[in-house]
Design a protein around this ligand. Sequence first.
Ligand code: GLC
Length: 561
Amino acid sequence: MAQPDTRSDAVPLGLDPDWWRQAVVYQVYPRSFADADGDGIGDLPGVTSRVSYLRDLGVDAVWLSPFYPSALADGGYDVDDYRNVDPRLGTLDDFDAMVAALHGAGIRVIVDIVPNHSSNRHVWFQEALASPKGSHARSRYVFRDGLGENGELPPSDWQSVFGGSAWEPVGDGQWYLHIFATEQPDLNWALPEVREDFLTTLRFWSDRGVDGFRVDVAHGLAKDLPPVLPSAAQLAEIAKREDGSHALWDRDELEEIYADWRRVFAEYTPPRIAVAEAWVPASRRARYATALGQAFNFDLLEADFDADQFRQIISFNLAQSASSGSSSTWVLSNHDVVRHATRYGLPPRGTGEGADTLKSGTAWLLSGGEEPPLDALGGLRKARAATLLLLGLPGSAYLYEGEELGLHEVADIPADQRQDPTFFRTNGGEIGRDGCRVPIPWTVSGPSFGFGSAGAHLPQPAWFGASSVEAEAGVPGSTLELYRSALALRRRLQGDETLDWVEVGDPDAVLAFRRPGGWLVVTNLGETNIPLPEGELLLSSEALSSAELPPATTAWIRTSD
Ligand code: GLC
C-alpha cells in the first residue's frame, strides 16, 4: 500500500486573499490519479501518497473532481451525499489527512461542488420518489405532470446534454427533469431549503480547510418553468438573445444565489474562492467571475493552434478580466475534452458553426483512433508550445493530470469497458470522455503502470509506460521536466497581471508578448524558422540548435527592459 508523504519541509500557506489570481491549479480526477488500496480505483490516500510529486511539479493548488459517494453514473458528478467521501475513495479522516499533507507542501485545495443536480440516490430524491405528487419532497426537484391523457408523454421535447429526453417518468403520471443523465435529477433552486443546504455544504468543506470550490455547471441551477413549457426550438431562439432570459441556462437570478455563497466565503480567512464552470457566451462570462471570484474561459481549449485565434482570445479575455476585477483563467485540457496533445495532432477544427470542443476529434474517436491519422509527435510538440505560452500569460493556469506527461487521448477503449453516459445515451454515436480519464502512468511497467497494485478501472494502453513519471523524471527535454522547469521559473518571473504585445516577424505566424520585468514569451505557430529575439534564453519548449525558433515552439526570453 502507498505510504503517506511524510517529508517535513512544510511551506507556510500564508493568508494572502489573492493567492488564486495567478495560481497554477492542477486538476486531479481522483479515481484516475493514484490507487493506494489496490482496488483499481484511485483514492484520497493515493493523492496523499503523491504530494511530493505535486510539490516537485510546482503547482500552487489542486482541484479535485468529485470524490463524494456516487454510483458513478457520470464519473462522480452524480453526488449521493455532498458532505461525505465515497467509501471506495476513503473516509473523511483520509480527506483531512490529504488536506494537511497538501497544505504542508504549500499546496491549496479546491473541491468540486455540483449544485445543479444531485444523484438519484440522494436521500432527498429517494424521499421524492416515495412521496406523492405535490409533496414538499418533490418540490426539491423539478417534477411536472406528463402530457397526454395519462401523462404518458414527457412535459416537453427537451433533450438532455448527454442525449435522449431530459425527462424521466416516475410511474404516477409525473416526470422529473434531468438536464444531464437520468441519474442526475435537477434540483429546484427556487426553494430556500435547497439554497440553505448548499451553504451548509460550503461551510462543511471550508471548515475542513478547503481553500476554494470549482462550481460545476455554474450557469445551470436557476430555472424559469411556466405552466406551458417552451419547446426546444423556442429555447434555441431565446438562447441567441444572451440576455439572461433562457428557461434553463445562465439566468440572472444566479447572481442572488452566488451572492449568498460569497457571504459564506467571506466568513473565512483568507476568504474562500470559487471558479465557475459556465459554458456561456463570452459576453456573459464576466458576470460569473464577478459573482464567484473566477470563471473558466475555455476559449483556448476550443481554438486551433493558430496565431490569430490565440491572439484574439488572449486580448479579449484580458479585457474581460479587467472589467470583472477577476484574473483570467487559461485551460487547454480537462476531464471533459480530448487531451490537447491529441487535438493538435488532428486536422484543425476551424472556427465555424459546429466546431464543438466536446466533440473535438469525434470522427477520430469513433474510428478507434484510426482516422484521420493522428500526428502524435506533431500534436505533442504543439501542445508543449501552447502550454509554455499559456504559462506565460497573466492570470491563473489550470492543468489537467497527465498533461505534464504529454499524454495523448486513449481512443481504443472497448465498448464494454466504457463508462461515460454520453456513450450509452447516444448508443455509441458519441464516444464520450473516458479517453482522457484513463488512470495515469507512474512507472514504465508493472500492474497499472504504478497507478496501484492491481488493475485500472479503465484500460491503459501499452504505450502509457513510455509516458510515465518514471520514464520522464530527470530526463532533460521530457514533457515532465519541461513543466517542472516552467512552473519553477514562472514563480520567479511572475509580475503584474499585464502583457504588451510585441511584433516579432509575421503576426499571422508568430505570437509574442512581454510581461513586466522583461519576460518575453514568443511562440512560432508558423511553418518556418524565425530569428530568436535578443535576450537571455530562459526556457524553450524544444531544444534549440541555433539562434532560431523553429515551428511549433515557444521560448521564454529575458530582455533588458
Ligand atoms: C460538468 C462536468 C462534467 C459533468 C457535467 C454534469 O460539465 O465537468 O464532467 O458530466 O458537469 O455534472
